[in-house]
Design a protein around this ligand. Structure first.
Ligand SMILES: *[C@@H]1O[C@H](CO)[C@@H](O)[C@H](O)[C@H]1NC(C)=O
Ligand SMILES: *[C@@H]1O[C@H](CO)[C@@H](O)[C@H](O)[C@H]1NC(C)=O
Ligand SMILES: *[C@@H]1O[C@H](CO)[C@@H](O)[C@H](O)[C@H]1NC(C)=O
Ligand SMILES: *[C@@H]1O[C@H](CO)[C@@H](O)[C@H](O)[C@H]1NC(C)=O
Ligand SMILES: *[C@@H]1O[C@H](CO)[C@@H](O)[C@H](O)[C@H]1NC(C)=O
Ligand SMILES: *[C@@H]1O[C@H](CO)[C@@H](O)[C@H](O)[C@H]1NC(C)=O
Ligand SMILES: *[C@@H]1O[C@H](CO)[C@@H](O)[C@H](O)[C@H]1NC(C)=O
Ligand SMILES: *[C@@H]1O[C@H](CO)[C@@H](O)[C@H](O)[C@H]1NC(C)=O
Ligand SMILES: *[C@@H]1O[C@H](CO)[C@@H](O)[C@H](O)[C@H]1NC(C)=O
Ligand SMILES: *[C@@H]1O[C@H](CO)[C@@H](O)[C@H](O)[C@H]1NC(C)=O
Ligand SMILES: *[C@@H]1O[C@H](CO)[C@@H](O)[C@H](O)[C@H]1NC(C)=O
Length: 812
């Protein structure tokens, strides 16, 4: 598994032969037995593999995965075997019985995938005959190791000198890891053995497996201290040891994992302090240490991890206060620090964390006020500050948090009036209990506020002087939100991409795991009716899980050239970033013949769908809001990280709209991650004609300025209703020139749907707005990249334009 692979702990799935090839009859003379989704076999759910299969001497590939096959495999009696067999995928059926031994005479076999079945019996030691074996997938069966619990099959696997992946998770192995695990070939890269009832210690010999990138031993009964020899695994990217009984300190040697991306050590009995050298692991994105016995202060170096996405230190005995440096964690989305012994004030720098969605600080000893500017945490969805010693008033700025879904301020020493606006309308008394000096609405079970005339008049002055501009913005937003709620939905058209706002991100599992069975059922076996889009590299299906969650599942067509790169690029980018205006991954599945991403379903389709739907019209505020969202997404990509990300394919069909018509930029299939040194990259991947910056088309130069160009073209399209590829634009005449020739007048070029017949005054205001927007679009599309405005500037200009329009229309 390379660094590009996102699903370090999503069980390595198997076989979806869906993608692979053409349907074939089962016959004894074939080279390959492949099935597409095996409709053939599916029609008869009790299909069994024909008895004479085992005599198919020519058979090289046997892919029958992902069907409804049941029964025992033919046993080896009287079989001459399958001497030429190279790859077997029978996963995701419901085969039972023991694994027949004829497989183990297939000396050319390099891929054996039997995961997600009901195989039982022992894991055969004859596996050692498979000298060419690379991937062994036995996940999720009823296999045991040996009656003595010694896992002797490891000694057999020592003979497989090319072995890369060992997948045994979710089998009742009931044993102890033998020291012979250290005699496995150094070629081994991934070991998955979670939920296997393993007890005892991790043998120190594991340190011999120097090419290991993923080690997943979670949910077992392992105990003892963490072996320091793990520190020799310098290529490790994912380490999952959660839910075991490990004790003792986290060894300093863990700081040698320079490629470490995700670490789960939660729910053990680890003690001592968090090693300060963890702060050197720049690649770390997800760190869970919750529910251990860790003590003392969080090391100051930890706050250097400016690209970390989430950490969970809850339920330990950490003390000390939160430093101002918490503001360094610019990318962070989830912070869990509850149930510790933290004291001191909440640092005001926390309000700089614009991507923070989840902040959990409950059950500590924090003091002082809730910072006045908490309302700047624009992405915040979940805030729990309960059971601390916080004092002062609840800042009214919290009303601005449009995404806030859950709030708990209970059991503090807060005083004064409980705000009523924004999300507060939805919070009940449960959010405020145990603060004796709060006042407000009676339904919150608090006394009414005593109005003090002095205070009130002062408040009013402040209101006019300072709060007014802010609250105008706020009112605009609320009104927009209301309008969004009322509009009729765009026709649900096919869109090639889908995305997600409300990931169910529990601290332990940042990516929700789905079993292949679930994906199959959710999409009704990837049925035609659920197909919502076909893109250049993949198809997107709509899926629905039993809990009602709707998702989109993007399956990459691996036989298309470039699809693999596209998947890798998309994963690489998406796993490193999260923003409210970007597509988000819920989960992913991958193996050598299946690559898929699970994304949240976007009910309103793409901006392109909405712009050209005949029965639907986006009004001018919606268009401004969407373009501000897209600019915010681009600002985050361009400036939110140490390494800028260039999207490379900004266009209306890649902008998806959620329930609330909030825009989410999607499709990172050709996005590029720039390194710190170069601000531009040469590439040969082609973006979309019409939106592509000239330097990109001519010389393949990729830079953030290229995204700004495409954005500018999109602004023109959104406000004129003309596609840049319209046949009207030929030869010298481009959309850019057409707009430029008309400006500052726009009456002939702006989308007539934006104007209404009987509102002359409003129409004047709208024309002036469109004129400003289109002038901005011209500045985005300067021929020379240096002269183009940047996204920060775009956002502030568009917000001003929107405020002005709002004020002008209101004046009537
Ligand atoms: C099996 O092959 C035969 C002859 O090649 C063909 O007529 C038949 O349709 C095939 N069966 C299925 C289920 O594809
Ligand atoms: C497989 O081939 C062997 C040797 O030719 C024969 O004895 C046996 O009956 C065959 N088995 C089946 C199931 O056809
Ligand atoms: C498989 O190989 C073993 C020896 O390794 C041999 O005894 C057995 O007969 C072979 N089985 C088949 C079905 O060829
Ligand atoms: C699979 O087979 C086993 C026994 O062979 C049976 O108990 C189980 O219910 C089956 N599972 C499914 C999903 O059909
Ligand atoms: C592992 O290899 C070492 C050295 O080659 C050998 O001494 C030892 O017996 C082997 N251990 C096992 C359990 O096979
Ligand atoms: C594993 O590590 C060794 C030693 O660093 C190296 O020679 C080898 O190429 C690596 N990769 C594989 C697949 O064995
Ligand atoms: C772990 O071991 C304890 C006894 O030490 C046992 O009660 C428990 O069931 C085991 N848990 C698992 C998941 O095997
Ligand atoms: C917190 O610190 C106090 C002493 O200041 C100690 O008595 C208490 O046990 C600590 N609580 C936790 C959860 O560590
Ligand atoms: C934190 O706890 C440790 C013991 O775990 C203690 O030595 C240290 O003084 C405490 N520090 C603070 C700032 O409370
Ligand atoms: C209140 O909750 C309802 C239902 O959960 C939701 O639709 C609505 O948007 C929420 N209102 C606010 C202001 O958050
Ligand atoms: C807030 O926390 C308190 C105490 O932990 C709890 O009783 C209350 O139900 C929580 N409120 C909400 C809204 O979750």
């Amino acid at each position: 598994m390379g660094r590009n692979d996102p699903d370090l702990f999503v069980p390595y799935l198997i076989l979806f032969s869906v993608i692979v090839a053409a349907a074939a009859n089962i016959s004894r003379d074939q080279d390959a037995l492949l099935s597409v989704k095996a409709h053939i076999i599916n029609d008869n759910p009790s299909s069994r593999i024909p008895r004479d299969l085992g005599n198919s001497t020519k058979l090289k590939l046997l892919y029958l995965g992902f069907n409804n096959l049941i029964g025992n495999l033919p046993s080896s009696k009287n079989l001459i075997g399958l001497p030429n067999l190279k790859a077997v995928s029978l996963g995701l059926n419901n085969f039972s019985g023991s694994i027949p031994s004829f497989f183990f005479n297939a000396s050319k076999l390099y891929h054996l995938e039997l995961g997600y079945n009901s195989f039982s019996g022992l894991i055969p030691e004859a596996l050692g005959n498979l000298r060419n074996l690379k991937r062994l997938g036995l996940l999720h069966n009823y296999l045991k190791s040996s009656t003595s619990g010694l896992m002797s099959f490891f000694s057999a696997l020592v003979n497989c000198k090319s072995l890369k992946v060992i997948g045994l998770s979710e089998n009742p192995l009931d044993g102890v890891l033998p020291s012979s695990i250290g005699n496995l070939s150094v070629s081994v890269e991934e070991i998955y053995m979670y939920k296997c009832n393993i007890h005892g210690r991790i043998p120190k010999e594991i340190g011999n497996l120097i090419n290991l990138t993923t080690l997943s031993l979670g949910y077992n009964n392992l105990s003892g201290s963490l072996p320091i020899t793990l520190g020799r695994l310098k290529k490790l990217q994912g380490l999952d040891l959660q839910n075991n009984k490990f004790e003792g300190p986290i060894p300093q040697e863990f700081c040698h994992f320079f490629r470490l991306y995700v670490v789960y050590l939660n729910r053990n009995k680890l003690s001592g302090s968090i090693p300060s050298c963890l702060g050197d692991l720049n690649s770390l994105r997800i760190l869970s240490l919750s529910s251990n016995e860790l003590t003392s202060v969080i090391p100051s170096t930890f706050w250097n991890l400016q690209d970390i996405l989430g950490f969970d230190f809850s339920s330990n005995s950490l003390n000390g206060s939160l430093p101002l440096e918490i503001g360094n964690l610019k990318a962070v989305v989830d912070i869990y620090l509850s149930r510790n012994n933290l004291s001191g004030n909440i640092p005001s720098t926390i309000v700089g964390l614009k991507n923070l969605q989840h902040l959990s600080l409950e059950h500590n000893k924090l003091q002082g006020p809730i910072p006045e500017s908490f309302g700047e945490l624009v992405s915040l969805e979940f805030l729990d500050l309960s059971n601390n010693d916080l004092s002062g008033v609840i800042p009214a700025s919290l009303e601005k948090l449009l995404y806030l879904k859950s709030l708990n301020l209970s059991f503090n020493k807060l005083v004064g009036e409980i705000p009523r606006g924004g999300a507060f309308a939805n919070f009940s008394a449960e959010s405020f209990i145990g603060n004796d000096l709060l006042c407000g609405s009676p339904y919150l079970h608090v006394p009414l506020c005593k109005s003090s005339p002095n205070k009130k008049s002062r408040k009013k002055v402040i209101l006019l002087g300072v709060v007014l501009p802010l609250s105008t913005v706020f009112i605009v937003t609320v009104i927009l939100a209301l309008t969004f709620g009322l509009i009729t939905r765009c026709r649900k058209r096919r869109s090639t991409e889908v995305s997600h706002i409300k990931a169910d991100m529990s601290p332990q599992v940042m990516w929700r795991r789905y079993s292949p069975d679930e994906l199959l059922r959710a999409t009704d076996q990837f049925s035609e009716e659920n197909l919502i889009g076909i893109g250049s590299y993949g198809s997107v299906y709509k899926g629905r899980f039993p809990d009602g969650i709707e998702v989109a599942i993007k399956v990459f067509h691996l036989q298309r050239e470039g699809a693999l790169n596209s998947f890798d690029a998309e994963c690489e980018i998406l796993k490193a970033i999260r923003h409210r205006n970007l597509v988000k991954i819920i989960s992913s599945c991958t193996n050598h013949n299946f690559k898929g991403l699970v994304l949240e379903y976007m009910p309103n389709g793409s901006l392109e769908d909405c712009l050209y739907a005949s029965n639907f019209n986006l009004d001018i505020f919606q268009r401004l809001g969407i373009m501000i969202d897209v600019a915010s997404a681009l600002e985050y990509l361009h400036f939110g990280h140490s390494n800028p990300i260039v999207h490379c394919d900004v266009k209306p069909s890649n902008v998806l709209l959620d329930d609330n018509m909030v825009a989410h930029l999607s499709d990172f299939g050709i996005a590029k991650l720039l390194s710190e040194e170069d601000s531009m990259k040469q590439t040969r991947t082609l973006a979309t004609i019409g939106y592509m910056a000239p330097e990109y088309g001519r010389e393949g130069q990729v830079s953030i300025k290229g995204d700004v160009y495409s954005y500018g073209i999109m602004l023109m399209e959104v406000f004129t209703g003309m596609k840049p590829t319209n046949e009207f634009f030929t030869g010298e005449m481009s959309i850019k020139r057409w707009v430029n020739d008309s400006l500052p007048a726009v009456i002939d070029i702006m989308d007539a749907n934006l104007l209404s017949e009987d509102e002359e005054h409003a129409n004047v205001a709208k024309q002036s707005c469109a004129s400003s927007v289109l002038s901005l679009a011209m500045e985005c599309t300067s021929e020379s990249p240096e002269n183009r405005v940047n996204t920060k500037e775009i956002i502030s200009r568009l917000i001003k334009i929107r405020d002005l329009l709002f004020a002008n229309i209101e004046m009537v």
